[in-house]
Design a binder for this molecule. Structure first.
Ligand SMILES: Cc1cc2nc3c(=O)[nH]c(=O)nc-3n(C[C@H](O)[C@H](O)[C@H](O)COP(=O)(O)OP(=O)(O)OC[C@H]3O[C@@H](n4cnc5c(N)ncnc54)[C@H](O)[C@@H]3O)c2cc1C
Length: 288
């Protein structure tokens, strides 16, 4: 294994971690499920790894009108957390579908986002939740809306030396008599241990008359970054998700995506899969 790591440091405070990360050859490591593979393959380089395991960045907590999930919280912990399951079922579902269970016990939320993959499974659920990424740096902390976090394949709004501390998800109160349907679904070449060919996270608020009062759709693996399907959302707004609306949405969603051919699937297949995932989600919303 050709990993030119010379040093692994385990800081006990965020200040100490940030001081080490000021070095240009230092890189944070959480679960290592992305980074170790990339170092081995020569896709990333680091002489110094800064282990985030002792910084207390793990755990889920209710904070006023939001739920805050520490960056070092594992997928297994997220998938099993009662508050996440209750309030953000798409996120719980996505976390429970990352790799397989051994990966979920190592892989963290912060690592999934910082890696910057268009296929990051937690990104879609965070997009439909309107989450904010809490970033810390030597100069202080800032909040980056998740919609502005992903810049391109492997590129994020994180600057050199910055860390994700947590992700903050606002709690959305639902008016009486409304129904909320929230789902995460993905398609891959097999059931486990694969990166998605396409994924969809959807959240629909359905009024008493069955019309969509609010609908949010996010897609993974079909554009240079995870994306909100705003054209499809517009096509559905205020309508019942019946066959006509579903057909309009399937057409509109093609304008939201820019898939590529790669080793996992051709672009044309991804376009078909997205339309199928959207149709399935909307049928479920219609059924109630
Ligand atoms: C077999 C296998 C299957 C997989 N299946 C899936 C899947 O189905 N879906 C999916 O989305 N992913 C999948 N992955 C990818 C990976 O498991 C996830 O992206 C995981 O969440 C990465 O988290 P980590 O803690 O292991 O990150 P690491 O590998 O430790 O780090 C990843 C990157 O993020 C940086 N980083 C980590 N934490 C922080 C932080 N707090 N602040 C700033 N930067 C940070 C690191 O420097 C590195 O660049 C799979 C990987 C493997 C090996």
């Amino acid at each position: 294994m050709d990993v030119a790591i010379q040093e692994v440091v385990r800081p006990a405070s965020i200040a100490e971690a940030l001081a080490t990360l000021a070095r240009a050859d230092a890189r944070p490591i959480a679960g290592g499920t992305d980074l170790m593979v990339q170092l081995r393959d020569g896709r990333r380089h680091a002489a110094c790894l800064v282990d985030l395991g002792r910084l207390g960045l793990d755990g889920v907590r209710r904070d006023g009108d939001a739920v805050e999930i520490g960056a070092a919280t594992t997928m297994d912990a997220i998938a099993g957390d009662a508050a996440v399951r209750d309030w953000f079922p798409a996120l719980a579902s996505a976390a429970g579908q990352v790799g397989g269970w051994p990966i979920q016990c190592r892989a963290t939320l912060g690592g999934n986002l910082a890696n910057g993959s268009p296929a990051a499974d937690t990104a879609g659920p965070l997009l439909i939740a309107g989450a904010g990424v809490i970033v810390v740096a030597a100069g202080g902390r800032r909040r980056v809306p998740i919609a502005e976090f992903f810049l391109g394949p492997g590129r994020t709004a994180l600057r050199q030396g910055e860390l994700i501390a947590a992700v903050r998800l606002p709690l959305a109160e639902t008016a009486a008599g409304r129904r909320v349907v929230e789902r995460f679904v993905k398609v891959g070449p097999r059931r486990e241990q694969v990166i998605s060919v396409a994924s969809l996270a959807g959240r629909a608020v359905v009024g008493r008359d069955g019309a969509l009062e609010q609908v949010r759709i996010a897609l993974g693996s079909v554009a240079p970054t995870p994306v909100r399907a705003t054209a499809a959302e517009r096509a559905l707004s205020g309508r019942r998700p019946d066959a006509v609306a579903r057909r309009d949405a399937a057409r509109a969603v093609q304008g939201d995506i820019a898939p590529i051919d790669d080793v996992r699937a051709p672009a044309r297949y991804r376009r078909i899969v997205v339309a199928v995932l959207l149709d399935r989600f909307l049928r479920e919303v219609e059924r109630g």
